[in-house]
Design a binder for this molecule. Structure first.
Ligand code: ZN
Length: 274
């Protein structure tokens, strides 16, 4: 499932094609399961995508009339950047357009499993939507104080499941949460109230380490089969220390234990993580 590094990689690749003026929008026969046209007055044809932001795992495309296209990649979604139409299965939404040099360019939303979501919104609606998302863990608002205060809200929650909550830690998904706990040397099952301030500091530092380990590698391609906007795999596998590993990448000796926590596969090193 695309998490912060994968979504950010796609964003950085798509913005190389901006501004993109949309000349034609094409939908697959099953695109309705992805698209939630929140505001039906919004027309995309003739509009120009001028910027793309990321909020947690959401991409926000900003049009020149200030309307927005919000896109969540679900389990297996990605945006591809094409110069001409490609014969690829599961391309559900295509923005055919021209870039600033008047060259043809296509933004194609590809999603085999169709758990992705897309909203067409006004900027006011997008603003309301953004207010419901938590602090993006790569932003400057993600501070030691923020983590400490947040953990106090639900003291009985297991830390790893807590980190997955997009209302608080936007951008974190299953592999990142496992890796943060590993780098912070904290067992995923520990209750929020048991986390000391020193450990909160470690969670903060660990989050930066995990994201910095993935971003330059274009994120992680795993079972979801994530591909970036150029159709390439992410090379982040080598940075993992516990997620789907046999031996711990931190101590090089602990045998990784796999458990299910809040319905998600969870990996940790019993030797390193207390
Ligand atoms: Zn270890």
């Amino acid at each position: 499932m695309p998490e912060l590094p994968e979504v950010e990689t796609i964003r950085q690749q798509l913005i190389t094609a901006l501004p993109l003026t949309i000349e034609r929008v094409q939908f697959s026969s099953v695109a309705d399961s992805i698209i939630k046209k929140v505001d039906r007055k919004i027309t995309l044809t003739g509009q120009t995508i001028v910027q793309i932001h990321r909020m947690g795992k959401w991409l926000e495309m900003i049009l020149d009339n200030d309307d927005r296209i919000l896109s969540h990649l679900g389990m297996s979604g990605s945006w591809r950047l094409w110069q001409s139409e490609q014969a690829i299965k599961h391309a559900h939404v295509l923005f055919h357009g021209k870039n600033s040099k008047n060259n043809p360019m296509i933004f194609a939303y590809v999603d085999p499993r169709r758990f992705g979501k897309m909203y067409f919104m006004t900027s006011a609606q997008a603003c309301e939507f953004r207010a419901k998302l938590g602090v993006d863990v790569s932003s400057s608002e993600f501070t030691i104080d923020y983590i400490a205060q947040t953990l106090r809200k639900y003291p009985a929650r297991a830390i790893k499941a807590f980190l997955l909550d997009q209302q608080f830690f936007a951008g974190v998904g299953n592999y990142i949460a496992c890796e943060i706990c590993a780098h912070a040397r904290i067992r995923p099952t520990r209750k929020a109230k048991s986390i000391t301030l020193e450990e909160v500091t470690k969670i903060h530092a660990a989050t930066k380490v995990v994201i910095a380990g993935q971003l330059p590698k274009g994120g992680l391609t795993f079972q979801g089969g994530y591909l970036d906007a150029f159709g390439e795999k992410g090379q982040g596998l080598e940075s993992l220390v516990v997620f789907h590993q046999k031996i711990c990448g931190l101590c090089q000796r602990g045998k990784i234990k796999k458990i299910v926590l809040a319905q998600r596969s969870t990996f940790y090193c019993p030797a390193c993580q207390k």
